[in-house]
Design a protein around this ligand. Structure first.
Ligand code: SF4
Length: 706
């Protein structure tokens, strides 16, 4: 490090582990990134993505100036911020006047900072008067939100990363942690090396790098998780490996669940899951005899048409065995995105409101409306991600504002999404990287500041809030997301509430955080003891952190009290349902999609660093060797993959880590890399009825040589 090098502590912008980083820079350019040894999430470690953040500063991909077009057939031209935002305010005001508040929508991102989210929420709910504000977290964590709320009465993951290291038996379901949460996986590997007696169970249809660490890998049929968890509970009951005292003292609904799981005999479950009875018995034995049992899960459970049932069935195992609220024990969802938790805190799903409130609850609406000093908040249900793009396609949404996300790559059923974006009368895209597929559809394209240039808070998977700090100025005229949102909102206020004091006189992220935090007062996530200054002084903290607290809360429910009406956790008795799309002769394979180790989402950032293509250069369809042979395919043969929604041509390769009948492709490539509409042209929009999270991981496909 030279003498002129400055160091700014911040937080990685990729996954939900939320690693602390030290940014090395000269005030103009970022030269290097190292792990922050003082950050509790990573203690100095970084993965390949975090440690190459300084290589992703390619300005040719960045948006530098606002661009506007005044007609669909025209090219966008550079414009001034004032012109851009005045125009947007005029179009939104005209649309609202003609078609009402639910004719516009906001689609935002789990990568926004907490203060950005808050500004968008206030804009949509308090000013525009719509609940049509949803986030790409709908594709990521909404099933976990429903699972926690149904089981515990609140959206509160109870564990800490330390519990992962201290557990005696760790179950990882539907998560390739080794790729998706690499630093956390490294902490687990190190803990298991120190304590080889720790047992690791991995439940995954693929034999992933994560599964290689497992003492027991259950390579189940995709989508059979509820049957598996009920079958495990059946055996735990039969063997007497449950905690009757905990069940009696702290839960409700056990008798109904018992009646449900009675039918899930080992033989039946083994058949549904494609496993052997002995494997189920071994899994139940490991769980039932472990002094402490912790489970981790991610998209494999959440991205399912039974996502919320997957969550509650797994949580049932913890409640039945009393494995919660203790060191090394509890159900612990891994958040995919860096600030999906912050989105939940600020109410950034269409059914939520700030402070873990519900948009459907009149008291909650009144509380927030009073705090914001507006008459009332909208009571009509907001559109969720899939519904939102269907509404855009159908012409019900006339103006759409998209921030920090790329739905023209990431939302399932891309044909519909592209049709919707092309047909929408007015599309605003607020984005740091002007290379994304969605930018193509923007009538107004607004350059946003990005990691290393903007400030705010993020909350990681263990409820820990960390400070994201700027090191260098944003390029060109790019501005922080909260500032763009507030500037637009003030201009829209001139149309909607002329002469009244502005709701958006924000002075900066610290002031926005202070405004937001009082909406959490007395709630399950109480943040009122925190501020930017407090976190700078005492370091990243886990909520709840109420006024007067001196430290965060590493573990919840230690007293067996749950935030339900009767203080008891609830067993949820949901039946197993088969995935929506079944294999059939025309589509005989099940397609699964997922992350690569070195890429992030649609690759807008990681795709600018050549080094990150060293691991995997291009998307390849993986098939079981038997399925390759049946089609007389050799490795790297080009194949056409077709689903009911579209098709794609990719090279194929034999991969014995898959079950026969299954196919796998990384999720990252959109149509700027591939012919056709990218990977998600294949995936299906069916969703869980409660969480509305789509079943991205289970689509029926056909594969043929081209
Ligand atoms: Fe960033 Fe996640 Fe890697 Fe940590 S594990 S460095 S948060 S991508």
């Amino acid at each position: 490090m030279s003498q002129t090098t400055l160091v700014t502590p911040s937080t990685c912008c990729y996954c939900g582990v939320g690693c602390g980083v030290l940014i090395e820079h000269d005030g103009e350019h970022i030269h290097g990134v190292t792990g922050d040894p003082s950050h509790p999430a990573n203690l100095g470690r970084l993965c390949s993505k975090g440690s190459t953040l300084h290589l992703t500063g390619d300005l040719t991909a960045r948006g530098l100036y606002p661009e506007l077009r005044l007609g669909k057939g025209l090219a966008r031209a550079r414009t001034h911020w004032d012109t851009a935002l005045d125009h947007a305010a005029q179009v939104f005001a005209d649309t609202l006047a003609e078609h009402g508040p639910d004719s516009v929508a906001f689609y935002i991102s789990g990568q926004l900072l907490t203060e950005d989210y808050y500004a968008f929420n206030k804009l949509a709910r308090a000013l525009v008067g719509t609940n049509n504000l949803d986030s790409n977290s709908r594709l990521c964590m909404s099933s976990a939100v429903v699972g926690y709320k149904r089981s515990f009465g609140s959206d509160t993951p109870p564990c800490s990363y330390e519990d992962i290291e201290q557990s005696d038996c760790l179950l990882i379901a539907g998560s390739n942690m080794a790729y998706a949460h690499p630093v956390l996986f490294r902490r687990l590997e190190e803990a298991k090396a120190r304590r080889p007696e720790m047992k690791v169970i991995v439940i995954d249809p693929r034999r992933t790098d994560t599964a290689e660490l497992a003492d027991l890998h259950l390579q189940l049929q995709p989508g059979s998780d509820v049957a598996l968890f009920h079958g495990l509970l059946h055996i735990l009951l039969w063997e007497g490996w449950i905690d009757r005292a905990f069940i009696d003292a702290h839960t409700s609904g056990f008798d109904e669940l018992k009646r449900t799981v009675r039918d899930y005999t080992p033989a039946m479950v083994a058949d549904i899951c494609g496993l052997r009875v002995e494997q189920l018995q071994e899994c139940a034995r490991l769980i039932g005899n472990a002094p402490s049992f912790l489970s981790l899960w991610c998209m494999g459970l959440n991205q399912s048409s039974n996502g919320s049932g997957n969550n509650t069935a797994l949580i049932n195992l913890h409640l039945a065995t009393g494995q919660i609220g203790r060191t090394g024990a509890g159900p612990f969802s891994l958040t995919g995105q860096p600030n999906a938790m912050g989105g939940r805190e600020t109410g950034s799903l269409s059914n939520l409101l700030p402070g873990h409130r519900d948009a459907a609850n009149p008291e909650h609406r009144d509380e927030v409306a009073r705090y914001w000093q507006v008459g009332q908040l909208p009571d009509s249900p907001g559109l969720t991600a899939i519904e939102l793009f269907e509404a855009v396609r159908d012409g019900r949404i006339k103006a759409l504002w998209i921030a920090c996300t790329n739905p023209a790559q990431s939302v399932p059923n891309q044909t519909l999404v592209h049709q919707a974006l092309a047909a929408c009368p007015f599309v605003v895209v607020q984005e740091a990287f002007f290379t994304t597929e969605t930018c193509r559809y923007a009538d107004l394209l607004l350059p946003a500041a990005s990691w290393g240039e903007k400030e705010g808070m993020v909350t990681n998977s263990e409820r820990r809030i960390s400070h994201v700090r700027p090191a260098v100025p944003a390029p060109g005229e790019a501005r922080p997301d909260w500032a763009i949102t507030a500037d637009f909102a003030r201009r829209l206020e001139r149309h909607l509430r002329p002469g009244q004091p502005s709701l958006f006189d924000f002075t900066g992220p610290a002031q926005i955080f202070d405004e937001f935090k009082w909406l959490t007062e007395g709630r399950d996530l109480d943040l009122t003891g925190l501020s930017h200054a407090v976190i700078d002084e005492i370091g990243p903290q886990q909520w709840p952190f109420p006024t007067g607290a001196h430290q965060g809360t590493p573990r919840l429910y230690a007293d067996g009290e749950f935030p339900t009406a009767d203080g008891r956790a609830r067993f949820v008795a949901e039946q197993y349902r088969a995935p929506q799309e079944k294999r059939e002769p025309r589509y005989p394979l099940t397609l699964n999609t997922g992350r690569l180790r070195d890429q992030w989402h649609g690759m807008s950032r990681t795709g600018t660093a050549a080094r990150l293509f060293g691991h995997v250069e291009e998307p390849i369809l993986s098939l079981h060797p038997d399925d390759m042979q049946r089609r007389q395919l050799k490795d790297n043969a080009l194949v056409r993959i077709s689903s009911r929604r579209g098709s794609l041509v990719l090279p194929a390769k034999a991969d014995p880590s898959l079950r026969p009948g299954e196919a796998y492709v990384p999720m990252h490539w959109g149509d700027r890399f591939l012919k056709g509409l990218g990977i998600n042209v294949l995936t299906q929009p069916a969703y869980d009825p409660l969480s509305k999270q789509p079943e991205l991981k289970l689509s029926a496909v056909a594969v043929e040589a081209v």
